[in-house]
Design a binder for this molecule. Structure first.
Ligand code: G16
Length: 543
């Protein structure tokens, strides 16, 4: 096998964001762009020679091309073998499961998650370590450093392999195994959930569901697990993965999964609805005419984990990202278990999960997961809910209402201003921060501010420190407004405003969240001059 060394020059801006490097496809298509980043990943790693790499992506445009490039570079750089999903497909949680099951050295996942795909859409790449989870900041920082002065990458000259044929082939001297994308993952799910009981629920004749795969990666997984193994019937919508996601925006929320939302809020709605995103790690949970916020979903899961076989022995602790509502904190308190608050980004849960400090974790950004893998997991969350529904024999709405009655309701909403001017968004954040000293003690529209800070986090396992993870404004009644700039967008800046208010009074639990949070929405605008800096009258997405 002849290794070729290709001279190259650094590209600006190859800095991984909240979850890997995400850019427009046209940027990734520049000569050497992908190669530079892949070589920088390899250069940042040590002692991987002869070891196994897992490789797969969400099937978006450029996925197949990138996989062939990475295979050749993996061979030239000395990996022992690569496990690649059939057709280049592996959902993010499935990739995590394959890394763990095969004790691989690590994995490369090609995805821009919920961002649109196609020639005019986005592409992305991230590295996962041997625990199956996203590389921690010290690794992504090292990768970025290397991208800034890279001058050569290694590859081999050889024909592409057939990604659609299962089995072992060689890329140069390196074996490549094309594996079934679903099997390992489906088997793992069977060890966690009561498949028999869920089957009975589907067979009862009184229960049906709709699952929206949004033409993204979960189609084959949902068909294999929900339709074939659990006998749910024909319940998968948009189940064929398409390179441009059918020109949709594969983000499972009330705005972008409108087709599913209309079904669940329409006449003859099924009892349960769910959707997942581009790479299968996010989930949205719906009942008949009812939406479960991701923050509430995490809390309900924690409170009902004892009903689910994989978790019935008890959960060690829970973790949530800082902007996620404190609903799960209340459950943790009642269960007498620890609750950790981390910065946004699944990578921050890795150490807590590895150390056995937490079993369940979740984020307001439609992510929930557990220690079964080291990524958030969309279908896992759907199965978790199905297991709860099968045991409790109640509707989603009943379960939610009883939950609020027991723990109180954390009214919650996130307002996104997408693709606003980046400089203006930064000024908004800077000006907010400049007010920190004067805010505590101040009363705005009847609400007294008790604290204002920029969240920082010290990892309790390795003591690593992460600063400036989002501006928090806290109020005397426990309400909270959080301001953050997204780390996953690729155009302009996306401002996220997270609003939360606790309500103990059951009589008020049926209020619409936007109504219950109206005062805070007004205060957020006043404090940060949101309309002024974003030049928008309304958020682009409300969840
Ligand atoms: C990624 C991260 C999540 C994070 C989300 C939103 O999700 O893995 O941990 O919550 O981005 O991040 P931001 O608010 O910075 O846009 P995904 O599904 O895009 O990989």
């Amino acid at each position: 096998m002849e290794i070729i060394k290709v001279q190259t020059q650094p590209f600006n801006g190859q800095k991984p964001g909240t979850s890997g490097l995400r850019k427009q496809v046209s940027i990734f298509q520049q000569v050497h762009y992908l190669e530079n980043f892949v070589q920088s990943i390899f250069n940042a790693l040590e002692d991987f020679q002869g070891k196994t790499l897992v490789l797969g992506g969400d099937g978006r445009y450029h996925n197949r091309t990138a996989i062939q490039v990475i295979l050749k570079m993996a061979a030239a750089n000395g990996f022992g073998r690569v496990l690649v999903g059939q057709g280049g497909i592996l959902s993010t949680p499935a990739a995590s499961a394959v890394i763990r099951k095969n004790k691989a050295f690590g994995g490369i996942i090609l995805s821009a998650s919920h961002n649109p795909g196609g020639p005019d859409g986005d592409f992305g790449i991230k590295y996962n370590i041997s625990n199956g989870g996203p590389a921690p900041e010290k690794v992504t920082d090292a990768i970025y450093q290397i991208t800034q002065d890279i001058s050569v990458y290694q590859s081999i000259e050889t024909a592409d392999i057939d990604l659609d044929r299962l089995g072992s082939v060689k890329m140069g001297d390196m074996p490549v195994e094309v594996i079934d994308s679903v099997t390992d993952y489906a088997e793992l799910m069977e060890t966690l959930f009561d498949f028999e009981r869920i089957k009975q629920l589907f067979n009862s004749g009184a229960f049906s569901m709709a699952f929206d795969a949004m033409h993204a990666v979960t189609g084959p997984y949902a068909k294999a697990i929900l339709e074939d193994r659990l006998g749910a019937g024909n319940i998968v919508l948009n189940g064929e993965p398409l390179e441009d996601f059918g020109k949709g925006h594969p983000d499972p929320n009330l705005t972008y999964a409108k087709e599913l939302v209309d079904i669940l809020y329409g006449t003859n709605a099924p009892q349960f609805g769910a959707a997942s995103d581009g790479d299968g790690d996010r989930n949205m949970i719906l009942g008949q005419g009812c939406f479960v916020t991701p923050s509430d979903s995490l809390a309900v899961m924690a409170a009902n984990a004892h009903l689910v076989p994989g978790y019935s022995q008890g959960i060690a602790g829970v973790a949530r990202s800082m902007p996620t509502s404190a609903a799960v904190d209340r459950v943790a308190k009642q269960l007498g278990i620890a609750c950790y608050e981390t910065p946004t980004g699944w990578k921050f849960f890795g150490n807590l999960l590895d150390a056995g400090k937490v079993t369940l974790c979740g984020e307001e950004s439609f992510g929930t997961g557990s220690d079964h893998v080291r990524e958030k997991d969309g279908l896992w969350a759907v199965l978790f809910w199905l297991n709860i529904l099968a045991v409790r024999q109640q509707s989603v709405q009943q379960i939610l209402k009883q939950h609020w009655a027991q723990y109180g309701r954390n009214f919650y909403s996130r307002h996104d201003y997408e693709n606003v001017d980046a400089a203006q968004a930064k000024t908004l954040m800077d000006e907010l921060e400049a007010q920190f000293d004067s805010l505590p003690g101040k009363t705005i529209s009847g609400a007294r501010i008790t604290f204002a800070d920029n969240f920082s986090y010290t990892d309790p396992v390795d003591n690593s420190r992460s600063e400036k993870q989002g501006i928090r404004i806290g109020f005397a009644d426990g309400s909270r407004i959080v301001f953050r700039l997204s780390g996953t967008g690729t155009a302009g800046a996306t401002l996220r405003i997270y609003l939360e208010r606790f309500e103990a009074n059951t009589d008020l639990h049926d209020l619409d969240a936007q109504e219950a949070l109206a005062d805070l929405i007004q205060i957020a605008d006043e404090l940060a001059k949101v309309k002024h800096y974003t030049k928008r009258e309304q958020p682009s997405v409300i969840t």
